[in-house]
Design a protein around this ligand. Structure first.
Ligand code: 6PG
Length: 253
């Protein structure tokens, strides 16, 4: 398994700008090599700040946005268009400002959507969508070129919270999670095996407390969900950190 690499930035704003630049390069290189690229988006202030930096970057025009497949690592199970939905925040921050192909933006279902107020049905539908777009027969989901993840104060990522059943899920690629400590309580999330199925996983954490927790995890026998080596060559996990005392990332509504 590849060891995670940790990159520490001066502060949260630089982390967001540098990660946006890194993402442009990753997408452009992947499109040059394979014609299209897939990116898993994350919610949270850090993930949204990266998309805002990407929108503002002149280099964004180097990307053919119509050939990017957008997925989500998790979604807050809120009505379509709700300002707290990760999809809404990604559209406001970037997707509504670049020429994406709407048929290649794969949002997770909302309670007012076709599966109704049933997060398990929404999770199962997303798992089916991922399986239909599987890269090969090794796992029922695409090998995501870049999977962006935030990390919560207590260590959650996507909507996989410590000591929750989702941590130990090995069969399904997407699950519904309830009673989440971070509101809203009901969410839909990729599982760790689905995250591991990425070519690159970029975990972005801001603030000294999380950076210390990550340093401890990296120093010890890290439980970090590392992408296993796979058919597509070397998998990579990047921890993108900043150690500023505050979060450094502008607060988001
Ligand atoms: C969500 C995110 C969640 C987030 C972390 C970090 O829906 O809230 O998916 O996993 O990335 O909680 O959030 P911050 O970047 O705001 O610290």
């Amino acid at each position: 398994m590849s060891r995670p690499e940790a990159i520490i930035h001066r502060d949260g704003e630089l982390l967001a700008a540098a990660t946006a630049a890194r993402l442009v390069t990753a997408i452009v290189d992947t499109q040059a090599a394979r014609g299209a690229a897939s990116v898993v988006l994350t919610g949270g202030r850090t993930g949204t700040a990266v998309l805002e930096q990407l929108r503002a970057a002149p280099a964004r025009d180097a990307v053919d946005w119509s050939r990017v497949d957008f997925y989500w690592g998790d979604e807050r199970f809120l009505p379509s268009g709700h300002p707290d939905r990760n999809e809404t925040q990604a559209r406001v921050a970037l997707l509504d400002h670049v020429a994406v192909d709407p048929d290649r933006v794969y949002a997770m279902a909302a309670p007012d959507g076709e599966f109704g107020d049933d997060p398990e049905a929404a999770a199962a539908a997303y798992a089916e969508l991922l399986a239909a777009r599987a890269t090969d027969d090794t796992y029922p989901a695409p090998v995501f070129d870049v999977c962006l993840l935030g990390v919560g104060e207590e260590g959650h990522t996507a909507s996989v919270f410590p000591d929750s059943p989702a941590v130990h899920e090995t069969g399904r690629s997407v699950v519904a999670v309830r009673d989440c400590p971070k509101p809203p309580p009901i969410r839909v999330s990729l599982t760790l095996p689905a995250i591991r199925n990425s070519a690159q996983v970029w975990l972005m954490t801001t603030g000294e407390a999380k950076a210390e927790a990550v340093a401890a995890a990296l120093g010890g026998a890290s439980e970090v969900a590392l992408p296993a080596a796979g058919a597509r060559g070397r998998r990579r996990t990047l921890w993108l950190l900043d150690r500023t005392a505050g979060s450094g990332v502008p607060a988001h509504s």
